[in-house]
Design a protein around this ligand. Structure first.
Ligand SMILES: *Cc1c(COP(=O)(O)O)cnc(C)c1O
Length: 396
């Protein structure tokens, strides 16, 4: 029986390769960090991890994880409502709520699951979801699981959002959904306008703050803090798999009845194993670190400003902004990939992004800055970018 499918899969895989869309995985042979040892033996400076605060292999975080294993064991072997809730899960939910300034929080195995489980319980066929065209894949999938009307507004287009709100006035509930930060551009959503429109049209707001929690805003509380709308967002989904230590896990924070309702109805929560105790306890330790001091997010902010200004001075076309995602615009697909390859030989690990991940003709190299990068490493990157770009005629 498999023969026919094998042929089909082999043909498809060949097409993916021929189209240049095949995703190769680079194997690293040591912990995640600002330098990486590749299996080839090369050591390179890493500019493509979501390790924004440098916590993935931070000594205090690793120590907390060791302690957590001793205190809580390795596995829970249960879902939350049978025998999978330890006090550490409840403590993390409480601290996360405080950190984000929300009533309550529910943990998931990943933010992908949080987004997979947050829409369907609240919205039926009489409701509407109004969603930014560039929202994350997990939001798109989560919305697919509802019977709600789906209205997609042009990316960051507030006039189009208002138009969609006008068209859906007869719906029972309406939920506006946006990424807090759009990861291809490091662009921050205009939450002030979104919350104003939500007030005006009586809609709810959900923000996925995966690329912001822990470092965006003066206290790292995310895009609602940065945009001055803390307390006006109804639901926040976020990940522990990026700035907050980078292992895995995610959550939804929101009004207490909404979170209580999710505990009763949300399928990825009800029918999937509890977040591992070691991840739960260590994420709690990370939140404590970030609440005690803003040093790490301050360092990330200054590293980002330094890199952005040096690259601009060197003549690169970068999308302006403040986010540690720095898109170096090259426009041509082949150029972006060629340049990323050459940079690797100069000891700089970055990734070229092209269609279909970004629109045709808008290829780029996406650089991600970390608080753990030293000024020397940032300078090394600017020098490598400059020499490779001169070689390729991108800058003079
Ligand atoms: C990374 C990311 C996710 C997925 O988070 P996981 O915890 O890794 O599943 C969801 N939404 C956005 C916007 C993200 O950037």
């Amino acid at each position: 029986m498999y023969g026919k499918m094998r042929e089909f899969l082999q043909d498809n895989l060949k097409e993916i390769r021929q189209a240049g869309l095949y995703k190769n995985e680079r194997i690293i042979s040591a912990p995640q960090g600002t330098t990486l040892s590749l299996q080839s033996g090369e050591t390179v400076v890493n500019f493509c991890a979501n390790n924004y605060l440098g916590l993935s292999n931070h000594p205090l975080v690793v120590q907390a994880a060791h302690r957590a294993l001793d205190d809580w064991g390795f596995g829970l072997s249960s879902v939350r409502f049978i025998c999978g809730t330890q006090s550490v899960h409840k403590t993390l939910e409480a601290r996360m709520s405080d950190f984000l300034g929300m009533d309550d929080t529910i943990l998931y195995a990943a933010c992908f699951d949080a987004n997979g489980g947050v829409f369907e319980p609240f919205l039926d066929g009489e409701c509407a979801v109004i969603t930014d065209a560039l929202n994350h894949a997990s939001i798109i999938d989560g919305i697919r699981l509802t019977k709600a009307q789906r209205h997609i507004y042009a990316h960051a287009d507030m006039a189009d959002l208002e138009e969609k709100l006008r068209q859906t006035q007869s719906c029972r509930f309406r939920l506006i959904v946006t990424d807090g930060v759009f990861s291809m551009d490091g662009e921050i959503a205009d939450l002030a306008t979104i919350c104003d429109l939500a007030d005006q049209y009586d809609a709810l707001v959900l923000v996925d703050d995966s690329h912001a929690t822990g470092f965006i805003g003066k206290n790292g509380r995310g895009t609602p803090e940065y945009c001055g709308v803390q307390g006006r967002v109804d639901l926040i989904t976020t990940t522990f798999g990026k700035a907050l230590g980078g292992a895995s896990g995610g959550c939804v924070s929101g009004h207490s009845e909404m979170i209580e309702f999710l505990r009763q109805k949300s399928r990825p929560y009800l029918f999937s194993n509890s977040l591992a105790p070691v991840v739960t306890a260590t994420t709690l330790a990370v939140l404590q670190m970030l609440s005690d001091s803003t040093n790490l997010r301050d360092r990330l902010e200054s590293n980002t400003a330094f890199f952005r200004s040096r690259m601009t001075d060197a003549g690169f076309d970068i999308k302006t902004g403040i986010h540690p995602i720095v898109p170096i615009m090259l426009y041509e697909e082949r150029l972006a990939h060629k340049m990323a390859d050459l940079l690797l030989h100069h000891g700089i690990y970055v990734i070229g992004f092209s269609y279909p991940v970004v629109p045709k003709g808008l290829a780029r190299i996406r650089v991600q800055i970390s608080a753990a990068h030293s000024l020397e490493q940032l300078e090394q990157a600017v020098d490598a970018f400059s020499s490779v770009a001169r070689e390729l005629g991108v800058i003079k």
